[in-house]
Structure formats: structure tokens, C-alpha cells
Design a protein around this ligand. Structure first.
Ligand SMILES: Nc1ncnc2c1ncn2[C@@H]1O[C@H](COP(=O)(O)OP(=O)(O)OP(=O)(O)O)[C@@H](O)[C@H]1O
Ligand SMILES: [Mg+2]
Length: 363
């Protein structure tokens, strides 16, 4: 499929009433790769729910399984990778839920999901755009795949969407080729292509990493605006919690293929309880004075073929206890507030460590 999945679903009408406020449910997802070095458990038992029209951030250091999670949701994993367990269910408004992981490779509902209900934006905008076609033709092609409209209507939709993503002189830009646009503009075009058919789920995998900081902030604000206007659920993947702190309502922190902490953004940045989340927050540039040396997380992410016993984070954790944190399997996620907002942490020592970052976290 093309790098940007599109939607036909398109419904310009008001959302149909639904009995569930969940747009996506991921339950025990496991995606492994067979390599010469052994089995790589890139995603190993990931579960989360996304509320309709909300923004969920997936954060974690490089190699912790964020992209593999995203690709698995849209069933874009290629050999030697394979989804070996778990379930992904999309709950589109006004339609029967679709269990994506149960669909055959040729099932047309899979195309309906990938090309219709869900869209994905990738890190490098040029990889999603063809250099030999005009921006307008590419957006229109995305429209034609799933919508029965005339050329004139498609052109109008494309122009409207380009204006919506903040591209001035949209009519002129439609006739240009990607190389005639700046990096920030190209990423806006990619976002326009992803959203032109109004998907119910948008997965944005590091959508601003290739851009400079001011453009990053603009693109993030743009996504937030469009998300609330179109009611799209957005999964925002990033290694930088600072970039999404103001945008996402919920966060899942991943480490070595697992979610180690999840909760509301407010809870996670004000009262993180997993030592890994605390370390991620402490290494945010925004927390430190300009000339101050940035603390980095001790050690580096181990290879997925050599995942430490016990809590996988224990070799890097300043709170780890020998004979306790380094034995057995990974600790399960524990619900910290059974009646409340859903703060879950996978740390054996969570009740002993307590929140320690309160005073330093960004607001
Ligand atoms: N094609 C592949 N073959 C073998 N292993 C792979 C393959 N793709 C991914 N992996 C493994 O899955 C792990 C997780 O990869 P993933 O791309 O999800 O990381 P990420 O969290 O998105 O990192 P980044 O922040 O760098 O994008 C990698 O460390 C790698 O070991
Ligand atoms: Mg990635």
C-alpha cells in the first residue's frame, strides 16, 4: 500500500451515535522477528485503548517497539516479522467493530481499514510523496481511491484540505511538485493526504522529527486543530515526551517491547511512577537551563535478543534491588487507582519509590 493510507469513509455528516467511546483496542499484541541472532520480541504483550477523537502519545527511546506497534495495528508487518499473538480491534462509528488481527490478507475489510478508516503519517515526508507527480494529483488520487467524486469535486476537496493544513495559495501549490516545497510544507501535504478522507484513526509516527523546531511546533498544533475539528483519534508516536506534553491527553511509555507506564498526560508528567518514565522526563531539554549538562538515562537500550531477566529496565534503574528486580519475568502493569483515571505502572517497587519528580516536571 502507499505510504499514506487513505480513507473513503468520508463522512462529512455528524458522527453516528455509538455505544462505545473506544476507537481502537489493542489487547496483548505480540510481534516478533526471526533473525540470525534469534527471536526479536519487538512488541511483547502490548495492550491499550484509544478513546474516540482523543490523542494518545506512545513514547520511548529508539528501538523500544513504537513503530512495530503502529505497523502491527495496520497489519503492515512484513517477514521476518509476524504478529504472533493478541488482538487489534477497530471500532468505527456507525459500523460493526473490525478485528484487524483476525482478517485474512486478502479480506477487503483490511483495505477498508488501511485505506479507509485509518491513515498513517511517516517520519520522512518525501518517502510518502512521489517526486514525479504534482501535489494536487497525489492528493486527488488519494481521494479517488475511495470516494466517488468528479475530478472537479476532488480538486476542490484537495484545495480545501491544503488551505486547512495552512498552505497559502493552495490552488497554485496544487500544481507544484514536492521538490518545489519546503520540508514543513511537504509534511503539511502528507497530513492533508492522510486527512482528506476523514479517517477515524490517524497514526503519526514521528511526524515532525525531520523538521526544525519551530515548524515542529506548528505541525503539532495543526494536527491538534484538525483532530478536534474532524474528531479523528490520533496516535502520536515520538521519542520526545516534551514535544507532545501539551497535545496528548493520554500517554503510554514503552520500553523493550512493553508498556511500562500509562495514564493521562497530566498524571504522567506530574506524577510519574515508573523509574523509566522519570528518567525520560529528567532528560527533557525543557527541564534544564541552557548551559546545564543534560542528564541522560544510564546505560543504553539492550538488544532485544538479550532482554535482561526480571524487570527489563533493572540494569539501568537507580532504584533496582538485587535479588528482586533482576529475577523472574517482567513485572505486570498494576492499576494504581482502581476507581479513577487509569494510571498503570509495571514496577515491583512502585509503592516504595513514590513520586519523586513532582517539582521538576514541565507544566
Ligand atoms: N525488519 C526487522 N527485522 C528484525 N528486527 C526488526 C525489524 N524491524 C524492527 N525490528 C526490531 O524491532 C525493534 C523495535 O523497532 P521499532 O522500529 O518499533 O522501534 P521504535 O521504537 O519505533 O524506534 P525509533 O524511535 O528509532 O523509531 C528494533 O529494535 C529491532 O530490533
Ligand atoms: Mg520508529
Amino acid at each position: 500500500m502507499s505510504k499514506t493510507a487513505q480513507s473513503n469513509h468520508t463522512t462529512q455528516a455528524a458522527p453516528v451515535k455509538t455505544d462505545s467511546d473506544t476507537v481502537l483496542e489493542v489487547d496483548g499484541l505480540r510481534t516478533y522477528f526471526r533473525t540470525h541472532e534469534g527471536e526479536v520480541r519487538a512488541v511483547d504483550g502490548v495492550s491499550f485503548k484509544m478513546k474516540r477523537g482523543s490523542i494518545l502519545a506512545i513514547v520511548g527511546e529508539s528501538g523500544c517497539g513504537k513503530s512495530v506497534t503502529a505497523y502491527s495495528i495496520l497489519r503492515l508487518i512484513q517477514p521476518p516479522g509476524k504478529i504472533v499473538g493478541g488482538r487489534v480491534t477497530l471500532r468505527p462509528v456507525g459500523e460493526e467493530p473490525i478485528e484487524i488481527t483476525a482478517l485474512g490478507e486478502k479480506d477487503e475489510r483490511l483495505y477498508h481499514v488501511r485505506g479507509g478508516l485509518a491513515a498513517m503519517i511517516f517520519q520522512e515526508p518525501m518517502s510518502a510523496l512521489s517526486p514525479v507527480h504534482t501535489v494536487g494529483n497525489q492528493i486527488m488520487e488519494a481521494i479517488f481511491i475511495h470516494q466517488k467524486v468528479t475530478k472537479q469535486q476532488a480538486q476542490q476537496l484537495a484545495e480545501e484540505m491544503l488551505s486547512k493544513v495552512g498552505i497559502p495559495n493552495a490552488a497554485v501549490r496544487l500544481k507544484q511538485y514536492p521538490h518545489e516545497l519546503s520540508g514543513g510544507m511537504r509534511q503539511r501535504v502528507v497530513i492533508a493526504m492522510a486527512l482528506v478522507c476523514r479517517p477515524q484513526l490517524l497514526i503519526a509516527d514521528e511526524p515532525t522529527t525531520a523538521l526544525d523546531v519551530t515548524i515542529q511546533a506548528q505541525i503539532m498544533q495543526l494536527m491538534k486543530g484538525l483532530q478536534s475539528e474532524l474528531g479523528t483519534g490520533v496516535m502520536l508516536i515520538t521519542h520526545d515526551l516534551g514535544v507532545v506534553a501539551q497535545l496528548a491527553e493520554e500517554v503510554a511509555v514503552m520500553y523493550l517491547g512493553r508498556i511500562v507506564e500509562k495514564g493521562s498526560m497530566r498524571t504522567i508528567i506530574k506524577k510519574p511512577r515508573h523509574p523509566y518514565t522519570m528518567a525520560l522526563l529528567q532528560s527533557l531539554p525543557s527541564l534544564h537551563a541552557r548551559n546545564q549538562k543534560l542528564p541522560s538515562i544510564k546505560g543504553s537500550v539492550p538488544a532485544l535478543t538479550r532482554i535482561p531477566s526480571g524487570c527489563p529496565f533493572h540494569p539501568r534503574c537507580e532504584h533496582a534491588q538485587a535479588g528482586r528486580c533482576d529475577v523472574g519475568g517482567p513485572p505486570p502493569l498494576e492499576q494504581l487507582d482502581p476507581d479513577g483515571v487509569g494510571h498503570e505502572v509495571a514496577c515491583l517497587r512502585v509503592h516504595e519509590i513514590g513520586p519523586t519528580l513532582k517539582a521538576q516536571a514541565p507544566s
